[in-house]
Design a protein around this ligand. Structure first.
Ligand SMILES: [Zn+2]
Length: 359
């Protein structure tokens, strides 16, 4: 019973958030206040009354028209509200009903009835807030090919707050977070091949944690995880933008994309944003195809792909880890090797692309 009550609640909440994000995407790039004045019809400038401003519902009741002058509203508003509602419902199903992050279960029977622990709700809220910020940024990028720093900066601060309040491995206790490797193995190896419990933050900043952070679960671990994520997010994207841009001989990635990854890093930690950038190639190809079919324009924003890639990475982490990414992130030597090999490779490939385009 409670499973469905919560579902209805998160669908309504998601639609309201989507409705608010429409306002954010329309006003923040113009540096207008998002709180005042209330919504107006863009045709007759009459304020939209509250009963005509109920997300999704009003759009279909009024058949997408202004109740005063009858001007048609863009379908985009109701689409974003639907994305918000479906996104919040999807996160609810994956994070709470299916428990894809593998958070600890003390009373399986009560969870099956929809009585989720408070820590799970905090984790759900963390995922939903990240989703909302990414959606706002993606909308702005689609509209104007710009990502407002005011959104990504606020997002980064909110992410850091979550990092401090929900340090890895919480809601796991350090007792549960025993790494599954044979006794007598080098403890460093445990971090390379062992099974790391996912908290709300999937992985800590480094493993094994240095003595001043061990055994985790304290605010210092959280802050280090969030800060490293924000720093790596912004610098990793700038570095790739620099390499590819130098190779191609033109600007490859915008600074707004780096800000987006800074924000995502504060929410997810540095390992997930690095993987997220590679995962975002999949939605980027999809968007490029869609773009080519629909509008035939060359340029399209990378922000929505990054947002989708980061969100996918966070939700699919359980299934991404077995692909062998873990050793790369907990062995300093291996990590250095990857950087040394891939940086010239990236420069070389983009230079080849430039030659091909010329030819
Ligand atoms: Zn009107």
């Amino acid at each position: 019973m409670w499973v469905y009550i919560w579902l209805v609640a998160v669908v309504i909440l998601g639609a309201i958030v989507g409705s608010f994000l429409n306002v954010v995407a329309a006003r923040v790039p113009l540096e207008k206040s998002v709180l005042w004045p209330g919504s107006q019809c863009s045709s007759c400038y009459q304020p939209i009354r509250w009963y005509s401003n109920i997300p999704i519902w009003s759009y279909f009741c009024l058949r997408g028209r202004c109740s005063v002058c009858g001007a048609r509203f863009s379908a985009r508003y109701v689409i974003v509200e639907l994305i918000g509602a479906l996104g919040f419902a999807g996160l609810y199903y994956l994070v709470l009903v299916r428990n894809i992050h593998g958070w600890p279960v003390s009373y399986p029977a009560s969870i099956a009835e929809g009585h989720y622990p408070l820590s799970w709700w905090v984790g759900y809220f963390h995922n939903a807030v990240l989703f909302s910020f990414l959606l706002a940024v993606a909308l702005c990028d689609l509209d104007s090919l710009e990502i407002p720093l005011s959104i990504t900066l606020v997002g980064t601060l909110v992410g850091l707050l979550f990092a401090v309040l929900c340090p890895w491995p919480w809601p796991n206790t350090s007792e549960v977070t025993r790494l599954s490797v044979p006794l007598g193995t080098n403890p460093d190896m445990a971090w390379i091949v062992g099974d790391i419990k996912q908290g709300i933050y999937a992985w800590p900043v480094w493993g094994p944690l240095p003595s001043w952070l061990a055994p985790g679960g304290n605010w210092q671990t959280g802050l280090a995880t969030g800060l490293a994520g924000a720093l790596v997010g912004t610098f990793f994207l700038r570095a790739i933008g620099f390499l590819v841009g130098t190779g191609l001989g033109k600007e490859a990635l915008g600074l707004g994309d780096a800000d987006l990854m800074m924000m995502a890093g504060a929410f997810l930690g540095w390992q997930l944003v690095v993987v997220g950038l590679f995962v975002s190639i999949v939605p980027a190809l999809f968007f490029a195809l869609f773009n080519a079919l629909a509008r035939k324009e060359g340029a399209f924003p990378f922000g929505p792909s990054l947002a989708a890639g980061v969100m996918l990475t966070s939700l699919c982490w359980t299934w991404i880890v077995p692909w062998g990414v873990q050793p790369l992130f907990f062995s300093g030597l291996l990590l250095l090797g990857v950087v040394v090999v891939s940086a010239p490779l990236m420069l070389g490939i983009s230079y080849l692309l430039r030659l091909l385009q010329r030819g």
